[in-house]
Design a protein around this ligand. Structure first.
Ligand code: ATP
Ligand code: ATP
Ligand code: MG
Ligand code: MG
Ligand code: MG
Ligand code: MG
Ligand code: MG
Length: 278
């Protein structure tokens, strides 16, 4: 269609391609969730329900966008890694960023009542989003190490902080003052000696964050498709005939999205999943 005399305005829309051959990480982060968590009375330091809701929204995103090979979540944020060669939306930045940020947000809102029943949303939550390109496997790994180290640092601080407030009777100002300048070992010591909390025994979800990966699962059974005897209309049931002449249905290996709370800083995670950075 030639269009109207007004169509030239389209030329003002500039292309925004993301550099090919680089790793794309999209991170969303809840807008003003300090307030959202207070207004909806999230448990402190970690509201398990709210974290599960984040995991659910991230899973919905991964179900929709198959080029996402890894996701990592903590607190009100989630990072999504795309396979290096993704051609999603021709790598148009605004299209990818806006579509995924809005899908995550709508899933968060849609599923809120399931995870926080009896806690009506008081207003519309929103998430910001950004895409950063990383040039090498090492930088991608360092990115995820950075986020998981952040999870640990924040969780240790928040766990001691809320123990001082909720069990120690300190005001939030006093608790911040108590913790000012303390090193990690001191925080562990306060937790253990004053509150009997062994940090390493806390839920791995809180200490390690959430990791979503695609894991191949064995096919239930190799399906031998019989030649159809009826005059079936169902085109999807036509068997793929392989070179050897056997009538096996060819399909991609079945994968499921697995939720883990494991270490992703060391080598084990990456060595056992070479496909992530392929
Ligand atoms: P910004 O809009 O700049 O991101 P923010 O208020 O969202 O501001 P963040 O640094 O993103 O600040 O921190 C998110 C805050 O949300 C945390 O500090 C914590 O108070 C709260 N929060 C998020 N998830 C949970 C949860 N599952 N349980 C308890 N509190 C949570
Ligand atoms: P893309 O993801 O590229 O935007 P799209 O399918 O959303 O693809 P658009 O060019 O945005 O395509 O067009 C939106 C389409 O949605 C319209 O062509 C129309 O078919 C449909 N649509 C949107 N709003 C309405 C409405 N109120 N009533 C009926 N149809 C609608
Ligand atoms: Mg922020
Ligand atoms: Mg935030
Ligand atoms: Mg945050
Ligand atoms: Mg449209
Ligand atoms: Mg549209």
């Amino acid at each position: 269609m030639a269009g109207s005399k007004f169509a030239y305005v389209r030329n003002f829309e500039l292309p925004d391609p993301l550099l090919p051959g680089t790793f794309m990480v999209l991170r969303i982060d809840g807008h003003a969730f300090h307030r959202l968590s207070a207004e909806h009375e999230f448990a402190k330091p970690n509201d398990e329900r709210a974290l599960q809701l984040m995991d659910h929204a991230a899973r919905d995103v991964m179900n929709e966008f198959k080029d996402i090979v890894l996701a990592f979540g903590e607190s009100d944020e989630y990072s999504f890694l795309f396979r290096k060669s993704t051609a999603l939306y021709n790598r148009r930045e605004a299209k990818i960023l806006s579509t995924i940020t809005s899908l995550f947000t709508s899933s968060y809102v849609y599923n809120w009542p399931t995870y926080l029943p009896g806690v009506p949303l008081k207003y519309c939550p929103s998430f910001d989003g950004r895409i950063v390109l990383y040039p090498s496997e090492q930088v991608v790994r360092d990115y995820f190490s950075w986020r998981q180290a952040d999870t640990h640092i924040n969780n240790l601080y928040n766990t001691v902080f809320w123990a001082l407030v909720l069990q120690g009777g300190q005001t939030t100002t006093e608790a911040h003052a108590t913790l000012r300048g303390t090193v990690s070992a001191t925080k562990h010591e306060i937790l253990f000696s004053r509150f009997g909390i062994n940090y390493n025994e806390l839920s791995a979800r809180y200490r390690k964050g959430s990791v979503l990966v695609r894991t191949e699962v064995p096919e239930p059974e190799a399906v031998e498709t019989q030649p159809s005897e009826t005059n079936s209309q169902d085109q999807t049931s036509i068997p793929v005939v392989s070179d050897q002449g056997s009538r096996k249905k060819k399909s991609k290996p079945r994968t499921i999205i697995e939720l883990l709370h494991c270490d992703i800083i060391g080598n084990d995670f990456w060595n056992s999943r070479p496909n992530i950075l392929a």
